[in-house]
Design a binder for this molecule. Structure first.
Ligand code: SF4
Length: 231
């Protein structure tokens, strides 16, 4: 096993340098953990996936969409559109007609707003809440004292596998995730068989902006994030 990849600690921009288009990036000074240097076989193997025409076209349209999210102005390059518009434009580019929304019950209002917006942009929208099936949490071994509303109350489990299977069965062209919990989203992603994207991730204390706590991790407010965990 070679050294583990550590791009997050890379000191440079060796794999995305500002050089003329007819030159090749140099990795002479890239760190020893650089996966571009170490993992040529994986890079080649994964690149071959783009030989599939559908995959290459999907990747091409994603990069065209990325390009269109910026504009050049006399003051320099600027961002243009929020993610909801990026999502809509990407769906149009791909010719998607039927979109699926998998949402958390805690973001039902947001899901309704998104469904309205997407329908007004001409899409057919299928939506599925995380509580679909109304299956009690006991079904997956949750104990009474582990229920959020208290041990004596009924509580439906989050059911991301069913959310995914319904969107699969409905043959949506593209699935959009809104606010599923950590782990529930993992299961949705595992079982969803159509292309999917994430419009919003849940963060219960930051208005669904998890990076807010990360940005504050060097301030007194979230300094605890940087304390070493006890073994
Ligand atoms: S691939 Fe290499 S050069 Fe690029 S960020 Fe990772 S370590 Fe740095």
């Amino acid at each position: 096993m070679s050294e583990r990849s550590q791009c997050a600690r890379c000191p440079g921009i060796f794999c995305y340098p500002n050089i003329p288009a007819d030159q090749n990036p140099s990795f002479d000074e890239a760190p020893p953990s650089c996966p571009t240097r170490l993992k040529g076989d994986i890079i080649e193997k994964s690149l071959s996936r783009y030989n599939d025409e559908d995959i290459r076209e999907f990747a091409r349209l994603a990069s065209v969409q990325e390009f269109e999210c910026y504009e050049h102005t006399p003051d320099g390059i600027r961002t243009r559109i929020p993610r909801i518009e990026e999502t809509i434009q990407f769906a149009w580019k791909n010719g998607f007609k039927r979109l699926g929304i998998a949402f958390c019950s805690g973001l039902a209002n947001e899901a309704r707003l998104v469904a309205d917006i997407l329908e007004r942009k001409g899409f057919e929208v299928v939506s599925v809440c995380c509580k679909v099936g109304a299956v009690p949490k006991e079904r997956i071994g949750i104990k009474p004292e582990e229920k959020i509303s208290g041990p004596d109350l009924y509580e439906s489990m989050c059911n991301p596998i069913t959310q995914a299977e319904i969107l699969n069965e409905e043959e949506v062209d593209f699935a959009i995730l809104i606010g599923l919990c950590v782990g529930h989203d993992s299961l949705f992603i595992k079982y969803c068989q159509v292309p999917m994207t994430v419009l919003a991730v849940k963060d219960r204390v930051t208005g669904h902006n998890p990076l807010a706590a990360v940005y504050l991790s060097r301030s007194p407010y979230y300094r605890r994030l940087r304390r070493r965990a006890q073994a």
